[in-house]
Design a protein around this ligand. Sequence first.
Ligand SMILES: C[S@@+](CC[C@H](N)C(=O)[O-])C[C@H]1O[C@@H](n2cnc3c(N)ncnc32)[C@H](O)[C@@H]1O
Length: 185
Amino acid sequence: MVLWYVIGFILVLIASCEFYALKTGVPTVTSNPSARRKMIELLKEEAALRTRERPFTILDLGSGTGKLALEIGRALPSARVVGLEISLVPYLLSLLRQRIWGLFWATANVAYKREDFWPYDLSGVDAVVIFINGNIRERMAAKLKAALPSGALVISNETHLPDWTPLATHTVGLLKLKVVVYRQA
Ligand SMILES: C[S@@+](CC[C@H](N)C(=O)[O-])C[C@H]1O[C@@H](n2cnc3c(N)ncnc32)[C@H](O)[C@@H]1O
């Protein structure tokens, strides 16, 4: 009997993830480790160049189960990292992950919000990381162009943004994944 409840519960969780993947056009997949390492290295280089008083603010647009945001927060303890995630189950897993990581490291500089990133205000943001797919790349390119402040860095795992000119494209790992870097004019 209990087993059926467990199976039913797992099916509901899977259905919830599928629902949001269909609704948004982007499934929850964590960036590959070599891509994550490269993104973090680039963010550290960027943070080192900043002279502003306020914390370096980084947004993970679609933070999935939260691993990348936490790794960024750990690598850059003086930065403020915000992960936005619309899908309920990955969002809850992020909170759980943060609780567990919090037993070992300070994670207070990372916050997860269950929010849609399309209407989100990007005006105070210094850098965004994205791992999206072709379904929404045009819309994302336009959103970032319209909403990011001048000088903000965009680091994209795999997806090229139309109408943006890359500063650099890095090929990483055995799978030769692309990490593409842009800067808002
Ligand atoms: C491929 S995952 C990337 C996870 C993480 N950023 C990483 O690189 O490991 C993309 C996430 O974006 C989320 N997403 C898609 N559209 C969204 C929206 N409009 N608002 C917030 N999150 C969204 C999806 O639910 C999915 O979990």
